[in-house]
Design a protein around this ligand. Structure first.
Ligand SMILES: [Zn+2]
Length: 763
């Protein structure tokens, strides 16, 4: 009976193979009959840590669960209703957009579901042009879809919509040149120049910097770009105001020319300096009038002029328990970002570093300006897989859609309020985020607190509204609304928990804790949160106290310790394993900004044994060889997900681990030669090198099926993962093994030991 109602419990000590055989769907939100479940916001866009909201703060406290939402507001979606209307219907009191969860008093009045004010409907809202009748308000797209986009009228803009403006800053110091990133970056830019979002007004510009700052003038009439160098970097100024940012359409040939010349131009430099601060200051002057996007490529510690930094990391201390220098060394970069934010400029950072570059400090340019950060440690043009990985990432970056001059506001039903935000932005007022740029790969998190109890409410709503200028110069508002039931029952609260959303929120809170206090505090908080939740559940269910040898969890929270342990072993939060400081800081940045689906793969990769795929390919031999119909592929067999433990490995099988941007294929020592031949085109595992990237192209059903399986894994990702093939005796094996977080290591507990540790603390 209780299973039927989603209230079954499980003893974690007795059920160590806890991961569901299939990827878990997000918990279902069950609403009262008045609202159709089908119209609720997609969980891939907005999810709450609890799918039933406690009616009061004291009830929430009893559950010991965090209340918050994780949101991926500008995600690429397949079908998005876009509407243009003169009157965008909003509540007169709280400015909430009309949505599927409002209450219609009659055909002329609606009651706001956030503040309960009764509002009048404009006449045109009641009119249905299709049937030419009045009164049927339920046909409106605003009431039928929880995700919708409005084309905004002029009162939603403070100035005419800005054109797309792109400015690229390239570090060309000697270290940058040795890594050879500029070649790849310019080639990708050249290839995808026409696919960058924008219209006839789009402008681009380029700045290089070493000890000095180099500008490129591309005036019409010039037959090639003209370089100017600024020598006085302590007091940077613009050498000339025009022709540095140029119209892409009109100057395309000059831009292409420049992109071909740049890698050669600095190929023989011996300049050890990188004046990032000065380059940023002039970039700001260049973009100030319009706003837009600054893309920074940096390959070493900025060491000259304003914003110069000193090395802080102690390389001998990379596995220490106390991690120092997670905070910025100077507020120069943060102040810069805040200034940018005021002028609708966002800064994105590609750190392609060979050595410590103080990511904790320089990433400030992105964190506080709505930008994004990408990291390619030890980038070398001689490593083809790195070049490939960078190319896919940078291509996605250049061609994905973009919103300019954006703000996002999260509204909640009366009684609730947002109190802490996570992600890259500037908080302008209590619930308003300033986003100079918004990109479709950015995730955000919000913690929610109570103003008052929700006794009268049966449901509550969160509504996110994102106002932005698209790359065609149109002002738009994308609105997402999620509706959740309210409950007064503690067991119901706990049975309705969404573990993945909770992990999404806790990981963000842990980053803040690490920075504001220290890493041990953050690690303790993870463990305490787990213990507290199971204690609370014991009380809620009236389970006997004392040591029973059991650890009883509601099914909804059964995966919590598995994920918490993986977080404790993640490069962001681990201790006892050597972790470069910049790598750790980047991992923390990912915790703050990855959307939930990507974050989960990053925290707890998906592991599959792919033998079943291979046998499936063999059995379907005849049917697929005859017809070459790509669209009518038969469905792949469902592979069970495995927990991350070496106990599943065996030497005759092949395993695949999807970590998000990297997919590792682990080939056992005794895989039959015919399988190796068909899948990888080799006769024995000895034919595999130590570092093999990409799936070899073999014409076979087996190879084809694996390719399809990988495409399916990549389907929801911003760009395809790099595939790495690892044989059992490879030196790369450690990279695979260290991700088996259920197993114990020299410095960390196994999953079972961790459960015992938790159980011992649950009273
Ligand atoms: Zn209202």
């Amino acid at each position: 009976f209780s299973r039927l109602w989603g209230q079954d419990t499980i003893d974690l000590m007795q059920n160590r193979h806890i991961l569901s055989p299939a990827t878990l769907p997000p918990p279902k939100v069950v609403l009262h009959n008045q609202f159709h479940e089908s119209i609720n916001c997609s969980p891939s866009i907005m999810r709450c840590t609890l799918t039933k909201i406690p009616e009061s703060n004291s009830l929430l406290q009893k559950s010991r669960l965090p209340l918050g939402i994780v949101i991926h507001p500008f995600r690429d979606v397949n079908s998005l209703p876009v509407i243009q209307c003169i009157n965008i219907v909003r509540c007169r009191l709280c400015r909430t957009y009309i949505n599927p969860f409002v209450y219609f008093v009659d055909s002329k009045m609606w009651k706001c579901n956030l503040c309960y004010r009764v509002n009048e409907l404009p006449d045109d809202f009641q009119f249905d042009p299709a049937t030419k009748t009045y009164g049927d308000v339920t046909r409106r797209p605003e009431v039928r879809s929880s995700t919708i986009e409005f084309i905004a009228p002029s009162e939603y803009m403070l100035r005419p919509p800005q054109p797309a403006m792109y400015l690229f800053l390239f570090d060309v110091s000697i270290i940058a040149q040795q890594s050879g990133y500029l070649e790849a970056a310019c080639a990708v830019l050249n290839r995808h120049l026409d696919e960058m979002p924008g219209d006839a007004r789009t402008q681009v510009g380029f700045i290089c910097f070493d000890s000095f700052v180099h500008f490129y003038s591309m005036a019409e009439g010039l037959n090639q770009p003209h370089e100017m160098t600024l020598l006085d970097i302590e007091d940077p100024f613009l050498p000339r105001p025009d022709n540095l940012l140029v119209n892409l359409k009109e100057c395309k040939e000059l831009v292409r020319d420049l992109l071909k010349q740049l890698p050669k131009r600095f190929a023989h430099t011996h300049d050890p300096c990188s004046a990032l601060g000065a380059a940023l200051q002039v970039a700001f002057k260049l973009m100030q009038a319009s706003g837009g996007r600054i893309t920074v490529f940096q390959s070493c510690l900025p060491n000259k002029g304003p914003g110069a930094l000193e090395p802080r990391e102690d390389p001998n201390n990379r596995s220490a328990k106390d991690v120092a220098h997670l905070n910025p060394a100077t507020d120069f970069y943060k102040r810069f970002a805040l200034e940018c934010s005021g002028y609708q400029i966002a800064c994105d950072l590609f750190l392609m570093n060979q050595q410590y570059s103080d990511m904790a400090t320089i990433s400030g340019i992105s964190k506080h300006s709505g930008g994004c950060v990408h990291h390619f440690p030890l980038y070398q043009k001689t490593k083809p897989h790195m070049v490939e990985s960078f190319r896919s990432c940078f291509k996605r970056y250049l061609t994905r859609k973009i919103g300019f001059e954006a703000v996002m506001r999260i509204r909640c039903t009366r009684g609730l309020q947002v109190h802490t935000f996570h992600g890259n932005f500037f908080v302008r007022s209590t619930d308003l985020l300033s986003l100079p740029n918004v990109n479709p790969d950015a995730g955000y998190g919000m913690q929610i607190s109570y103003d008052e109890t929700l006794t009268d409410a049966k449901t509550i709503c969160f509504q996110a509204a994102l106002l932005y200028t698209n790359s065609e110069g149109e002002r738009r508002i994308r609105v997402h609304t999620v509706c959740l039931p309210v409950t007064a029952s503690l067991p119901e609260v706990m049975h309705s928990a969404d573990t993945e959303a909770i992990i999404g929120l806790l990981s963000k809170m842990a980053v803040d804790r690490s920075v504001a206090s220290n890493l041990s505090d953050a690690r303790d908080a993870f463990i305490n949160a787990t213990v507290d939740v199971y204690n609370a559940f014991k009380i809620a269910q009236n389970l006997p106290s004392g040591q029973s040898g059991q650890l009883i969890a509601p099914r909804s929270l059964a995966l919590l310790p598995l994920y918490i342990l993986a977080l404790l072993k993640h490069p962001a939060f681990r201790v006892g394993t050597s972790t470069r400081l910049d790598d750790r800081v980047y991992a923390m940045d990912c915790m703050k900004t990855l959307p939930l689906d990507q974050l989960m793969k990053y925290v707890y990769p998906e592991l599959y044994k792919i033998d079943a795929l291979i046998y499936h390919a063999r059995n379907s031999n005849i049917s697929s060889n005859q017809e070459d119909d790509e669209d009518e592929d038969e469905p792949l067999p469902e592979l069970p997900r495995l927990q991350l433990s070496a106990e599943h490995l065996d030497s005759r099988s092949i395993f695949l681990m999807d970590c998000g941007t990297l997919i590792m294929i682990y080939v056992g020592l005794n895989v039959p030669p015919d399988v190796l031949e068909a899948l990888l085109g080799i006769s024995s595992t000895a034919g595999l090198g130590d570092y093999v990237y990409g799936l070899p192209n073999v014409v076979s059903n087996e190879n084809d099926v694996l390719n399809r399986f990988i495409s399916r894994l990549n389907y929801d990702k911003p760009y395809s993962a790099l595939v790495q093939i690892i044989r059992d005796t490879s030196t790369a094996k450690g990279q695979f093994i260290e991700r088996l977080t259920d197993d114990r290591s020299e410095s960390s507990l196994s999953y079972y030991e961790f459960l015992q540790h938790i159980r011992a603390q649950v009273k």
